[in-house]
Structure formats: structure tokens, C-alpha cells
Design a protein around this ligand. Structure first.
Ligand code: SF4
Length: 90
């Protein structure tokens, strides 16, 4: 899953336009069933998950393979994977 820093994101919208599976939303566009992912996204940067805090923008030294434990426990989303692969092959 991609995580977007809830404070450092300047809401330019670029990632939204290039996401191959149309998965990125502004907070006020998130469907009611997906609202939990706003908290999961915020928690990702906290000490309890990655401890990345407020790194001041992206940097290769601030990358990690750690996923939020709730997301890591989810079954693979094959529909998203197939959509991504179809877009890559078109
Ligand atoms: S590309 Fe823009 S909208 Fe997307 S995470 Fe970065 S700053 Fe935020």
C-alpha cells in the first residue's frame, strides 16, 4: 500500500492523476467504508508502526518495507493487481 504523509502532503493532486488503479482520494472524497484507512495512513508514520514521523519530504533513506499491521493482515487484492497489470500492458 502507498502511504501519504497526512501533514507533509501539499495536496497538489499529482499522485491522484497517475495512480494506475485510481486508489488515491482526498480525505473528503473517501467512501464511508474506507474511512478507516485515513487513520491507518496516519498511524503508519507514528512510532507504533514505522516511526518515520515528519521526515520533511521523501528521501531514499526514509523508505521501509514495513506495512501497517492491519493492511499486512488483509488478503491480497487481486482486482487491484489485475487492474495494475492490465494498465502496464496497455
Ligand atoms: S503528489 Fe502531491 S498530492 Fe500526492 S502525496 Fe505528493 S504532495 Fe500529496
Amino acid at each position: 500500500m502507498f502511504y501519504i504523509h497526512p501533514v507533509e502532503c501539499i495536496e497538489c493532486g499529482l499522485c491522484e492523476t497517475i495512480c494506475p488503479v485510481d486508489a488515491i482520494r482526498y480525505d473528503d472524497e473517501v467512501s464511508p467504508e474506507d474511512l478507516v484507512y485515513i487513520d491507518i495512513n496516519r498511524e503508519y508514520f507514528e512510532e507504533s508502526v514505522t516511526g518515520l514521523g515528519d521526515p520533511g519530504g521523501w528521501d531514499a533513506k526514509n523508505t521501509t518495507n514495513v506495512d501497517h499491521p492491519i493492511v499486512a493482515a488483509l488478503p491480497p487484492n487481486t482486482a487491484v493487481k489485475e487492474a495494475y497489470e492490465n494498465k502496464e500492458n496497455s
